[in-house]
Ligand binder design. Structure first.
Ligand code: AP5
Length: 215
């Protein structure tokens, strides 16, 4: 099963992708995570994209398509792939179709996570992530069970993203509506779109996604 999680910043794509990975053994391909990893390791690519990401603008299509192409060249993903944060433009969507086609793979469904703007800002402003295993938390809705200790790996190191500030969130949202929202019609026309209400609790959204995917 190869799926896309499509939705605005803070919709819960990463949170739901990790649940699908645990439950179904799918492989998560997050272009945001790949770009942040390049930034942290100080590669040329990382230095090139750092400012663009901090502002909340989109990285160029050729860069992110290249990252996904590299991943698809590996052997990972026998049970299926979750594209998280990719594609984000029509050019990326066309490129993904070509890449999958060349690998003899097919896209099964696009889960569109619907969340209103006020909730997105609230979610993004409370987000923090385990620096060791990447588990995503929220100050109010998903704190760690024990203060300052990751539930998954026991690490005590956490990070907050440089682009999780009010100005950058505004740019990311406007970029979503301008560049990415047209993909909703694109995948609807292909009969792949599965809209899901992303406003409920994490477990409720996960249940609705299972239902939408028939798993
Ligand atoms: P990326 O990392 O993809 O960020 P994003 O799309 O802005 O999405 P987020 O990671 O912010 O949110 P999410 O939907 O994963 O939500 P999460 O599960 O964390 O991209 C970052 C940047 O990289 C872009 O701005 C761009 O510059 C660049 N980039 C990446 N891909 C690109 C591409 N393809 N093309 C060009 N540029 C690209 O949840 C958010 C918070 O809410 C968490 O705290 C979580 O605990 C909480 N939460 C989740 N679900 C719920 C729920 N149901 N109820 C209550 N709280 C919840």
């Amino acid at each position: 099963m190869n799926i896309i999680l499509l939705g605005p910043p803070g919709a819960g794509k990463g949170t739901q992708a990790r649940i699908l990975v645990e439950e179904h053994g799918l492989v998560q391909l997050s272009t945001g995570d790949m770009l942040r990893a390049a930034k942290t390791s100080g590669t040329d690519l990382g230095n090139k994209v750092a400012d663009v990401m901090a502002r909340g603008d989109l990285v160029t299509d050729d860069i992110v398509i290249g990252l996904i192409a590299e991943q698809l060249d590996g052997e990972a993903g026998e049970k299926g792939l979750i594209f998280d944060g990719f594609p984000r433009t029509l050019a990326q969507a066309d490129a993904l179709e070509d890449l999958l086609d060349k690998k003899g793979k097919e896209l099964d469904a696009v889960v569109e996570m619907r969340v209103d703007d006020d909730a997105l800002v609230e979610r993004i402003s409370g987000r923090f992530t385990c620096a060791n295993c990447g588990e995503v938390y929220h100050d109010k809705t998903k704190p760690t069970s024990q203060d300052g200790v990751c539930d998954k790996c026991g690490s005590t190191e956490f990070v907050r993203r440089a682009d999780d500030n009010a100005e950058s969130v505004r740019v990311r949202l406007s970029s979503y509506y301008r560049n990415t929202a047209p993909l909703i019609g694109y995948y609807h026309a292909k009969g792949k779109l599965r809209p899901v209400d992303g406003l409920g609790e994490v477990d409720e959204v996960a249940r609705d996604i299972r239902k939408a995917l028939g798993v």
